[in-house]
Design a protein around this ligand. Structure first.
Ligand SMILES: Cc1cc2nc3c(=O)[nH]c(=O)nc-3n(C[C@H](O)[C@H](O)[C@H](O)COP(=O)(O)O)c2cc1C
Length: 172
């Protein structure tokens, strides 16, 4: 898929088919995450693939109620963590920028995803809860996650109205 088309046509997907994403596609997704820019090129990521139904079920019980059915229907959760020993002050940016690379790659591969936050500066307990649930070492800070699967073609997406360039750009 052409780059501009990929960026412009990506949408969050919240309904997935009961079909497993093969490992080679997961590998391709990860390839694009690790190409992302990172502070001082520290490449501080650790990516966790969570497919175990019990773990997904436990996770679905935490966080926002409206996310529960999405978590249960996705094929796997890709949890993006950043090693705070490698990236002590830029860990959020380092994590999110890799996630967006992967969200675009997921779309280009004909898969779908939706972004969920894991790190919340106002709620340090949320990241700890995720670390405990998925047995993540303390230095690996959960930043965000992508719920991934083959998109259900019957999902009705809400119409999205983009802001006008003139409203977004200011020249100085
Ligand atoms: C920081 C952040 C947090 C988000 N959290 C959720 C969430 O908890 N549940 C959800 O369904 N979507 C979540 N989303 C997805 C947004 O709702 C979605 O990107 C937005 O509505 C725009 O739609 P689009 O992705 O189809 O362009 C989140 C996105 C971001 C960037």
């Amino acid at each position: 898929m052409e780059t501009f088309e990929c960026i412009k046509s990506r949408r969050s997907k919240r309904k997935f088919l009961a079909k497993e994403v093969p490992d080679d596609l997961i590998g391709k997704i990860i390839e694009t995450g690790k190409c992302a820019p990172s502070s001082h090129d520290c490449q501080p990521w650790q990516f966790y693939i969570i497919r175990d139904k019990k773990l997904k079920g436990k996770f679905a019980e935490t966080g926002y109620e409206e996310n529960k059915p999405i978590v249960l229907s996705c094929d796997f959760i890709l949890l993006i963590c950043v090693d705070k020993d490698k990236s002590p002050s830029r860990f959020v940016e380092d994590g999110v920028i890799a996630a967006q690379n992967m969200a675009l790659a997921i779309h280009a591969l004909g898969l779908g995803s939706v972004y969920l936050s894991a790190y919340n500066p106002d709620d340090s307990l949320r990241a700890k809860e995720i670390q405990d649930l998925f047995s993540i070492p303390e230095n690996n800070m959960p930043i965000c996650m992508l719920l991934i699967g083959y998109p259900d073609p019957n999902e009705k997406l809400e119409n999205k109205i983009l802001r006008d360039n003139n409203d977004l750009i200011e020249y100085r």
